[in-house]
Write a protein that binds this ligand. Structure first.
Ligand code: SF4
Length: 204
């Protein structure tokens, strides 16, 4: 029997990145291979769903967009068995990953969020393409070099810096200063600001 460990499943609006505002069903899987200090997900508490129960739960919602997130969803071994029926049912499927696992080819939209605090983990890149890359800002002298390295290793349409939220405060000033430095002396202004607007809007 195929089983999934689900932290939560709910319908809301995408709060960040290029698809901000997109209605979507969020499926948050348990488990992660990292342990970021600012992590806002309790990915160790979950409910078990069979494949059939999870698909039935998804079908209760109105949206035809799904955002697969975590935790780290690329670690879910049975994910392809879930993706196939969802694709056949016509869903658009996006994923949010820390970039340390290969993303299944059935995924329509890939958002990768490599973590500076685990930069040594990204010496070998296993997912070299994405629709967007979002990196949480850390005020460290090697941070810009890490962003530049990621840009050379992961081909994406868009690159973002995300202010880090701690106790309700965002390091926006640090983030825009770093954006200015990363985009300095280049004409494409490729790195953009990503705000986790769902936190400001107080939605899930
Ligand atoms: S990679 Fe994401 S889910 Fe995992 S610990 Fe870091 S912030 Fe949390």
């Amino acid at each position: 029997m195929i089983e999934f460990r689900i932290v939560e499943i709910f319908e809301s609006l995408q709060g960040e990145g290029y698809n901000t505002g997109m209605p979507a069903i969020f499926i948050r899987f348990a488990g992660c291979n990292l342990n970021c200090a600012w992590c806002d997900t309790n990915f160790r508490q979950f409910t078990r769903f069979t494949l059939e129960a999870l698909i039935a739960k998804v079908s209760e919602y109105k949206s035809k967009n799904i955002i697969i997130t975590g935790g780290e969803p690329t670690r879910v071994k049975a994910l392809p068995q879930l993706l196939l029926p969802l694709k056949n049912a016509g869903y658009f499927i996006a994923i949010e990953s820390n970039g340390l696992g290969k993303v299944d080819a059935l995924i329509d939209y890939i958002a990768l969020s490599p973590k500076f605090c685990y930069q040594s983990h990204y010496q070998k890149i296993v997912q070299p393409t994405a629709n967007e890359v979002r990196i949480v800002t850390e005020n460290h002298r090697d941070f810009i070099a890490f962003c530049q390295y990621i840009e050379t290793q992961i081909q994406a349409k868009r690159y973002y810096l995300s202010p880090c939220e701690k106790d309700g405060a965002f390091n926006i000033f640090d983030t825009i200063k770093l954006l200015g430095k990363i985009n300095e002396n280049r004409l494409d202004n490729k790195w953009l600001l990503n705000i986790q607007s769902h936190k400001l809007a107080d939605i899930e």
